[in-house]
Design a protein around this ligand. Structure first.
Ligand code: CO
Ligand code: ZN
Length: 335
């Protein structure tokens, strides 16, 4: 599955520009589903039929965070605006890759030592810029006009048990679903797999994806920032390698107790390690599904992740395999 993780995370496809990643996923899944379609927003929805008459919706967002060019100055330096939660501190010194392949580096302003020091302390999108190596405004406008989208440029790294990538959020969730499709023969319930768009800018895709489906249960697959690095969020309890996270709550939703009990039961029965997650910030697409129609049993399964929303998100490969196993067992047993 590492090959899949490498290929799916190295694609550049930020929120609102999901064409590249959608194309890749369609190729991966088309032989394993009964049907698939793309809605007007760009959500890719695939169906694998079961026999119980119940509907289980599983979602992972296929977009990733990024930036967009907002201004080009007379010397060809670019100003940018964020797409999703991107920190100027994380951007500084990184390479950005535009969808046409152009690469730029991120620098910051400062006309004196004092001003440089002050800007470093108060880094913001107002005092950083992107340099694509243009020698004039015209050249920059040619290469990366206002409105051009970019993502971090960073290679996938296979460290054996631990893996690093720019976009495990949430391509690892997409990979869980692709792998599930390849491994499962006949799910008990009708399986609706939603590869959703624009999660990072406000759970946009999930807000419409279940409109015609009316699922009996909806599960969002996503990453969760790991509190297991030095002095990091001592009020939280999960760690890399400790197994799938069954979310209890985050800032946007409280998982349905039916979901929590069901997933716990399946994990226990199949000797899959699991951890209960109480996240003191953030939110997932579970929120989007929970409040649709007359309401849906919704929850999130997440993978513990260090350095979320940086070019170097780190996860544990055993957690990857255990999440696929948990999903597979759930589909085999039914909701
Ligand atoms: Co995210
Ligand atoms: Zn995410």
């Amino acid at each position: 599955m590492k090959e899949l993780l490498k290929n799916i995370t190295e694609i550049s496809s930020p929120s609102g520009r999901e064409k590249n990643i959608r194309k890749f996923i369609i190729e991966e899944i088309k032989d394993y589903v009964d049907d698939y379609g793309v809605d007007s927003l760009g959500n890719l929805i695939a169906v694998k039929k079961g026999k119980s008459g119940k509907k289980l919706l599983i979602d992972a967002h296929m977009d990733e965070i990024g930036v967009v060019v907002s201004h080009i100055d007379d010397n060809g330096f670019l100003r940018i605006e964020m797409i999703g939660g991107v920190s100027p501190y994380i951007l500084l010194g990184t390479r950005l890759k535009f969808l046409n392949g152009i690469v730029g580096v991120v620098g910051y302003e400062g006309e004196s030592m004092a001003e440089s020091g002050a800007n470093i302390k108060n880094l913001s999108f107002d005092n950083i810029f992107v340099d694509v190596g243009a020698t004039s405004k015209e050249e920059a406008e040619e290469k990366t006009p206002v409105g051009s989208f970019a993502t971090y440029e960073a290679e996938f790294y296979d460290g054996g048990k631990r893996l690093i990538s720019k976009a495990f959020d949430d391509r690892v969730g997409c990979a869980f679903m692709i792998q599930l499709l390849k491994e499962i023969e006949k799910p008990v319930d009708d399986l609706y797999l939603v590869f959703s768009v624009q999660e990072e800018v406000g759970l946009v895709g999930a807000s419409v994806a279940s409109h015609d489906i009316n699922p009996d249960m909806a599960i969002a697959l996503d990453i969760s920032g790991g509190p297991d690095t030095p002095k990091h969020f001592k009020r939280m309890n999960f760690k890399l390698g400790g197994g799938p996270l069954i979310k209890i709550k985050d800032k946007s939703s409280i998982s349905s107790s039916y979901f929590v009990d069901k997933l716990t039961e399946v994990a226990k029965k199949n000797n899959i390690p699991y951890q209960y997650e109480v996240l003191i910030f953030g939110g997932t697409n579970a929120r989007g599904y929970q409040v649709k129609g007359a309401g849906t049993h919704a929850g999130t399964i997440s993978i513990a992740t260090r350095y979320a929303h940086t070019p170097h998100e780190m996860i544990d490969y055993d957690d990857v395999l255990n999440i696929v196993k948990l999903l597979k067992k759930l589909c085999e047993e039914g909701i």
